[in-house]
Design a protein around this ligand. Structure first.
Ligand code: DQA
Length: 150
């Protein structure tokens, strides 16, 4: 089993600002699924496997940067991140994710390319393995499935 095991076995899921309000926040854009539901569903996908998931949500840029930096010593080898509004503003978070040199997938619930022009630029996409945008909560699931088979 071990020889077949993918390398991305310690996966960190990072949720940026306001995603703690999922379910009540603009459900027409972000859906009715809560962050807890999303995380629970992801955990289910790794049940009875060797994959370990860690979840982190913060509304603070500095806390998000510190969590990204921590991956340099906590054994994380893959990141799934929805930087939320920091997608469009945070050079500091971009620098952190570039510094740790881990493969990552950028996820957005909504299709940022079909929204306001300020959302159509991401400081993360060119560094990401891939970007999933507009598939709602399912985007996290697809990202995790990719990580588990990469
Ligand atoms: C988002 C899109 C961002 O533009 C927005 O600021 C968010 C959520 C998404 O998941 O669709 O907070 O990242």
């Amino acid at each position: 089993m071990d020889s077949e095991k993918a390398k991305a076995d310690n996966i960190l899921i990072i949720h940026g600002p306001n995603l703690n309000l999922l379910g009540v926040r603009e459900p027409e854009l972000y859906g009715a699924t809560t962050l807890e539901d999303i995380n629970r569903n992801l955990s289910k996908l790794t049940e009875n496997t060797a994959f370990r998931l860690d979840f982190f949500q913060s509304n603070a840029e500095s806390a998000l940067i510190e969590r990204i930096q921590q991956t340099m010593k906590d054994g994380t080898n893959f990141i799934i991140i929805n930087p939320a509004a920091y997608t469009h503003t945070s050079i500091a978070m971009r620098d952190a994710i570039a510094a740790v040199k881990l493969p990552f997938i950028e996820v957005h619930l909504s299709n940022i390319y079909s929204r306001e022009s300020f959302r159509q630029r991401s400081y993360f996409s060119d560094l990401a393995i891939g970007v999933i945008s507009g598939l709602g909560a399912k985007g996290y699931e697809l990202a995790l499935k990719y990580a588990m088979t990469s």
